[in-house]
Design a protein around this ligand. Structure first.
Ligand code: HEC
Ligand code: HEC
Ligand code: HEC
Ligand code: HEC
Length: 178
């Protein structure tokens, strides 16, 4: 019995080690929606969908964006890496890291995985329910640093970034169990 346990631990340990070697793939927001849109879990999908990040690609077609683009010789901000880099997770990440079995699109804008890390390995229920395992499988609970990869002065429409205030505006907690 003990031996089985030890080998199981080895498998888990090696599994986590290999996984950490950059095997985590981006799967797209539709995969997260499957579980993260019930009232019980806190409707993270709906909160995100109604928030600023889901609209980030659309904003690149706004009048503001087009005016800026015209002045700076950018033909189409929605297709230019200079803008897409912070306005779409899919467009930003290394294409080799996008899971071909996933459903990630450019249109989803700045999605869960920009902040929480690529989800291929942590999205399994058994992993999600175990905080330590989830972290070992690529889950990130983002800090200010993660936000500042985009909320910085390279953004032509930069506004001073106050982590506390900004985090409160996009809060999507799991309701506390009674
Ligand atoms: C198969 C269902 C399922 C899928 C798919 C899923 N989750 Fe989860 N997730 C859960 C459950 C259930 C919890 C709550 C775990 C608990 O009881 O605390 C959770 C918790 C989390 C947490 C908090 C974890 C912690 O330990 O603090 C984050 C962040 C999260 N999910 C993000 C995502 C993202 C991003 C995706 C898509 C890439 C995703 N989840 C896909 C079921 C899922
Ligand atoms: C991958 C890039 C990226 C990351 C990472 C990111 N953001 Fe954003 N964020 C954006 C973009 C782009 C917009 C503008 C969306 C729009 O309106 O089109 C935005 C807008 C916002 C807004 C709305 C601001 C307003 O003027 O109303 C808030 C709030 C916000 N982000 C909070 C955060 C927080 C908190 C984090 C970190 C936990 C974060 N963001 C991480 C790209 C990012
Ligand atoms: C370094 C990351 C980054 C780059 C590059 C970037 N943006 Fe943004 N953009 C952001 C963030 C973050 C916000 C949200 C700012 C805030 O409200 O605090 C934003 C906001 C905007 C907004 C305002 C959205 C709104 O409704 O308030 C427009 C329009 C926009 N960006 C267009 C562009 C265009 C056009 C380009 C390319 C020339 C570009 N951005 C490049 C990060 C970036
Ligand atoms: C702009 C960044 C950003 C995006 C996009 C984002 N999150 Fe989060 N998420 C956060 C932050 C910040 C926290 C709080 C982390 C902490 O408590 O340390 C968080 C926390 C969570 C939690 C845990 C809440 C709790 O009470 O423990 C879940 C679940 C979650 N996010 C799921 C999602 C899902 C699903 C999506 C996409 C539909 C998503 N998030 C998109 C930044 C983001």
């Amino acid at each position: 019995m003990k031996n089985i346990f030890v080998s199981l631990m080895m498998v888990l340990f090696l599994g986590a080690t290999f996984a950490q070697a950059g095997n985590f793939k981006y799967v797209g927001v539709k995969k997260c929606k499957v579980c993260h849109n019930t009232k019980k879990i806190g409707k993270q999908y709906t909160i995100w969908k109604n928030g600023p990040h889901a609209k980030a690609l659309q904003s690149l077609a706004s009048k503001e964006a087009m005016d800026y683009a015209k002045k700076h010789g950018i033909a189409d901000p929605s297709k230019d890496a200079k803008c897409l880099n912070c306005h779409s997770t899919q467009a930003t990440v290394d294409k080799k890291l996008i899971d071909p079995k996933g459903k990630m699109t450019v249109a989803e804008g700045v999605s869960c995985e920009s902040c929480h890390g690529p989800g291929s390995a942590y999205k399994k229920m058994s992993v999600m329910k175990n905080h330590k395992k989830a972290l070992a499988n690529g889950l990130i609970l983002p800090t200010q640093k993660v936000c500042e990869t985009c909320h910085n002065k390279k953004n032509p429409f930069y506004k001073p970034f106050d982590f506390k205030k900004y985090a409160a505006k996009i809060a999507h907690p799991i309701p506390k169990k009674k």
